[in-house]
Ligand binder design. Structure first.
Ligand code: SF4
Ligand code: MG
Length: 326
């Protein structure tokens, strides 16, 4: 339903131009959850914001690539055309529910307004829909709750309301950027369950941006791992968790606690990601990679197709490098 091709986005700063995304391609299939994971600064939020048309230009610049949705390239649309898509076909949820809600408006008004800005429906119809949405996200007594203000809800409830607002126009795609990071662990689990349930009920496609592999394990169908502005490995959940092929993905998985491996020590990946003002020509993980070879530092590895869904950008998987070493 969504196809991102060769996307390159940079930002002008006082220190120079940061190459935030350096050739990102992926597809999202109808009704699936694709998680984009990686450390902060890897380009995952920039990817989400580019899809949503939220990159301010300048200082941002889409240098190359396209975002195809319903036969249109979203990077080429004007503001008006983009607005027609935002919030209707594609909705976004951010980390902090308070920034998404207006503290001075009753939540009923915010839901109704969200719907009526984009669709010609009567107030009565919009209110009926608002009640339906609050029930969908698990808020009891919806009729009464519509009359309350955001501060009268807990953090977890506020995030449910944000999700209700995001869904009221029945979008085909929901982009969630760290939607549970600001919440405590029990509430996090409830919100993730809610995502699962909503997806089953509505069939909405979800792009989930997160640094939290626990979250990914719960709700993702496929996982794209980003590093230094590139997707270095992508595959279905089983492939990424049980058969990771990129040394960075392996490092990421080794750095989180696993219930089945209580004895083993957690090993954080040593070193830091490269400077994106002047990204390396070769593999950006080379400086931290335990398997680095001479070619890695000179040439960026090609994408190797491992299974129908699993691909990796690493010389270790490239037949040409293997030929040299065998
Ligand atoms: Fe390591 Fe080379 Fe693979 Fe990069 S391409 S992850 S440096 S082995
Ligand atoms: Mg982010």
């Amino acid at each position: 339903m969504l196809s991102v091709r060769d996307l390159e986005v940079s930002f002008k700063t006082f220190g120079g131009e940061v190459q935030a995304i350096r050739g990102v391609s992926f597809d999202l299939y109808k009704g699936e959850t694709l998680a984009i994971v990686g450390e902060s600064g890897c380009g995952k939020s920039v990817t989400a914001n580019t899809i949503m048309g939220l990159i301010p230009q300048p200082p941002g610049r889409i240098r190359n690539g396209e975002v195809l949705f319903k036969d249109r390239d979203l990077t080429k649309l004007n503001k008006k055309a983009l607005r027609e898509i935002q919030g209707v076909d594609i909705s976004m949820i951010f980390q902090d529910p308070m920034t998404a809600l207006n503290p001075t408006l009753k939540i009923g008004e915010q839901l109704i307004e969200g719907l009526r800005t984009h669709h010609k429906v009567s107030r009565a119809e919009a209110k009926r829909k608002a009640v339906e949405m609050l029930s969908l996200v698990g808020i009891s007594n919806p009729e009464e709750r519509l009359k309350q203000y955001p501060h009268q809800f807990s953090g977890g409830m506020r995030q449910r309301i944000v999700i209700a607002i995001a869904l009221i126009c029945e979008p085909e795609l929901l982009i969630a950027d760290e939607p549970t990071t600001a919440l405590d662990v029990t509430i996090q689990a409830q919100i993730l369950e809610l995502f699962d349930e909503i997806q089953r009920k509505t069939g909405v496609g979800v792009i989930l941006i997160t640094h939290d592999l626990g979250v990914v394990a719960k709700i993702a169908d496929r996982i794209a791992v980003m590093y230094a502005g590139k997707i270095i490995e992508i595959g279905n959940k089983r492939e990424i968790f049980y058969d990771p092929q990129h040394p960075y993905t392996q490092g990421l998985l080794n750095s989180v606690p696993r219930l089945d491996l209580q004895e083993e020590e957690l090993k954080p990946i040593e070193g830091t990601p490269p400077d994106l003002f002047a990204p390396p020509e070769g593999c950006p993980f080379a400086a931290r990679c335990p398997y680095v070879m001479e070619v890695c530092e000179r040439v960026y590895p090609a994408t190797t197709q491992l299974t129908t869904q699993h691909t990796v950008d690493c010389w270790l998987q490239d037949e040409r490098a293997q030929a040299v070493f065998s």
